[in-house]
Each structure stands twice: as C-alpha cells, then as structure tokens.
Write a protein that binds this ligand. Structure first.
Ligand SMILES: Cc1ncc(COP(=O)(O)O)c(C=O)c1O
Length: 412
C-alpha cells in the first residue's frame, strides 16, 4: 500500500509555504523530487565535488564508484542482464536520438522500413525522419483507433506483409497524450519473428509501470530521470549489448576512447563508455540513484497498481461531468486528456491555474496524433504517486464550475 500522506511529506515542493493550495497535475512533463534526491545533489556539491573516472585521488575514486553503483542499480531496476547495458545520456530525447543516429543511420538503407505510430512524441519521430532523409528508409505507421489505441492485428498484418523490409519498430510504451499502454511484449515478439528490432520510448512508462527489459525482450529502451523523481539532465538508454557494440556513438570525446593517434585512428572503449564522451551530469546521476531507491522501496508493483487505481478514479469522476470531452476514457495510467466543451484548451488551463491547478494544454509535442483524436488542442492532467483523491475531487469541482466567461477572464 502506498501511504500517500507519508509520501507527500517527502516532497519539499508539496510541503513548502508557497505550495499551499496548489495541485500539481503535470508530472508527465516533469515530476517533483523527494528530499533524498535533492539532498544527494547538494551533498555532491558540498562534500563530494570531483570529476569521475579521471582523478587519481580518493574523492574522485569515491564519486566514480558511487556513479557506477547507480548504473548497477538502474540495471537491477529494469532487470537488465548487466550494468553494461545501461548508457547514461542527458534525457529520453538524447537516448532516442542516439539509437536513431547510432543504429538507424548506420544500418538502414533505402530498401528498409521504419514502423512507428502517429502517437509518438516529437523526440521519437523527428530523429527517425532524419534517418529517413539520410538513408532513404521509409516510415510507415501502425493504425490507431479514434482513441489512439494501438491496433495489434493491423500491426501483425503490416509486419507479415513487409517481412524482412521492416528493420526497426519504434514506439512509446505509454503515449504522453493518451496514457494508453501498448502490448509491448507481443509487439516485440512479433517484430523479432519478422526480422525487426524494437526501440521503445519509455519516458511515460518507466516512471509508472514495472518494466522488465528481459521479460519484454525489447532491444532499446529510452527514458528520462526527471519524470521519475530524479534530477533533470539525466537519461537512460538500455540497449541489448550486441547492438550497443555495433552502434556508433553520437558524440566523440574524452572518456569514451581507449586511445587515439595523430593519424586519426581511434579505439573506442566498450559499451556503455563509448557513448559517454565528456563530463556527465554527475550530481544528476547520483540523485537519480536516490530516486531509484525511493521507487524500489515503495515497490514498482505498488506504484503501478495504485497509480492505475487513482487514474481510474479520475476518469470515473470525469465521466460524471456533462461539460467535458475526455479523449482517453479507456486509458490505464497517469494521464487524463480532455477539453471543457466550447472552451479553448489554453483558456481552460488558465482558469484551472487561477484556481491553483497546474495542467498542460496544447498539442503535447505529439502533433500528428491530433489528426487521430480529432482535436488540435487538449488539456492534459497527469498524476503521480504524491497526488490524492482529494486533489482530484477539487479539480473535478473546478472543472464542473468552469464557464466560458471565467476561462476567458482568467486567460486575459
Ligand atoms: C513520450 C515521451 N517521449 C520522449 C520525451 C522526451 O523526454 P525529455 O524531454 O526528457 O528528453 C517525452 C517528454 O515529455 C515524452 O513524454
């Protein structure tokens, strides 16, 4: 059982004087951080400030070892075969770009197809547009229904019909607009049977549901620390080791090479280090370690089960309102996307803001999806483990009372 009242005490952003009366429903953009994460970042700057893998003194050895412990912990969190499968980047966007560049641009040709969906965040489609531009590979999309739900049968048919041509399937396990969870294990199995690898954008799934990379058998998994209680500036690329070995790094520089000479010969280190050129976000990775411990102590099974329960409560309460359109009534996790009928999303969000409720409005970086759900702008409310039923009740009451006049008034 998650004790949400106890959890809330761990978050300075909830406990501070300034936060009184505020309801934060934008964790899909970035989550709040518990005190243990903030303390670790501060501790690094006040007691441990040294670069990693570079200094010949105790402090540097100590920080390097702590940094590598986080890599091990992250492997454990994902049930990865080894810490060698874990590359630290500076965010999900960075990880996705690394796969598109290092694998897509290197191995795809004009004969190949990249299979994706129209629900992707810009960070998991623009890098593949670039792969298409550079290699000539085509991008095709698996159909979604009007609620953005992935059509598994259509996916299988596309793979069967173009078997051998589809080399990469790239898609988000949970859409950042609709909160739908795709059947990733089956998607991966079918891709492998038909000669494709799967790159999964886990930015909205890893914080909320238990993700076991060996069970899913996924080839790449990309996500950000800042959406799962960790600091900004840190991301993870989990990769199958044989693929990481074949891939090119996105960046070259200090720390990623074993040696180089005046003729331009470079011997890169083995993965994951060949992908980590330059000084990383050391304090961020150490803070991420605390975030992982925090989530593991709560138990991801509990975070997932109770997150789904709270999300369902929100959807059920929304269904009782007659002034809203909900675009993801069958979604399972964390995100509720809606409009207040007859009111422009930004004006409604401004009204919610005037009542102390923080939500996001717009197209949520998934510009193609809006053709599918038939709304160019929506409001997205996203939950995390520190939100409560009381906050949802208050939000529902505010939405119920929203009028065009109040919303326009708040937006001016
Ligand atoms: C589904 C999805 N993918 C990728 C990203 C990019 O994450 P970041 O901005 O942390 O790189 C986001 C961010 O909102 C997202 O929701």
């Amino acid at each position: 059982m998650l004790d949400r009242e106890k959890i809330r005490k761990d978050f300075p952003m909830i406990q501070s004087e300034e936060s009184k009366g505020r309801i934060y429903l934008d964790s899909a953009a970035t989550s709040f951080k518990p005190k243990c994460v903030i303390d670790k970042v501060t501790e690094y700057y006040t007691k441990e400030n040294a670069n990693i893998h570079r200094g010949d003194y105790d402090l540097s050895y100590q920080v390097s070892s702590e940094y590598e412990q986080v890599r091990k912990l992250c492997a454990k969190f994902l049930n990865a075969p080894s810490e060698k499968n874990i590359v630290f980047t500076n965010g999900a966007s960075s990880s996705l770009n690394l796969v598109a560049y290092g694998y897509g641009q290197k191995f795809l040709t004009s004969e190949d197809i990249i299979l994706s969906t129209e629900a992707e965040h810009a960070s998991n489609i623009l890098p593949w547009f670039k792969v298409s531009e550079v290699t000539g590979a085509k991008i095709e999309y698996v159909p979604l229904d009007h609620e953005g739900v992935f059509d598994l049968e259509a996916y299988k048919k596309i793979l069967r019909e173009a078997a051998g041509k589809i080399k990469v399937v790239t898609l988000a396990q949970v859409s950042n607009v609709l909160g739908n969870i795709i059947p990733l294990k089956e998607i991966v199995r079918y891709a492998h049977e038909n000669g494709a690898i799967v790159c999964c954008d886990g930015a909205q799934s890893v914080p909320h549901i238990k993700v076991d990379v060996q069970d899913l058998d996924v080839d790449f998994l990309c996500f950000s620390a800042h959406k799962m209680l960790g600091p900004s500036g840190v991301g993870v690329l989990y990769g199958r080791y044989e693929l990481l070995e074949k891939m090119d790094p996105f960046m070259l520089g200090g720390g990623s090479n074993a040696r180089f000479d005046i003729c331009g010969n470079i011997l890169l280190k083995d993965p994951p280090f060949k992908f980590e050129a330059g000084t990383p976000c050391v304090e961020g990775v150490l803070g991420f370690g605390e975030a992982l411990k925090y989530l593991m102590d709560l138990g991801m099974e509990n975070v997932e089960a109770e997150g789904k329960e709270l999300h369902k409560y929100f959807l059920d309460e929304m269904a009782k309102l007659d002034n809203v359109t909900v675009y993801n009534p069958k979604s399972e996790t964390s995100i509720v996307t809606f409009n207040i009928n007859g009111i422009f999303a930004q004006d409604a969000a401004a009204y919610l803001n005037s009542q102390g409720i923080a939500v996001r409005s717009g197209n949520h970086c998934a510009k193609i999806l809006l053709n599918v759900i038939g709304a160019s702008e929506t409001i997205r409310a996203s939950l995390y483990l520190y939100n409560t039923k009381e906050e949802i009740d208050r939000t529902i009451a505010v939405i119920k009372e929203a009028t065009l006049e109040k919303c326009i008034g708040a937006a001016i």
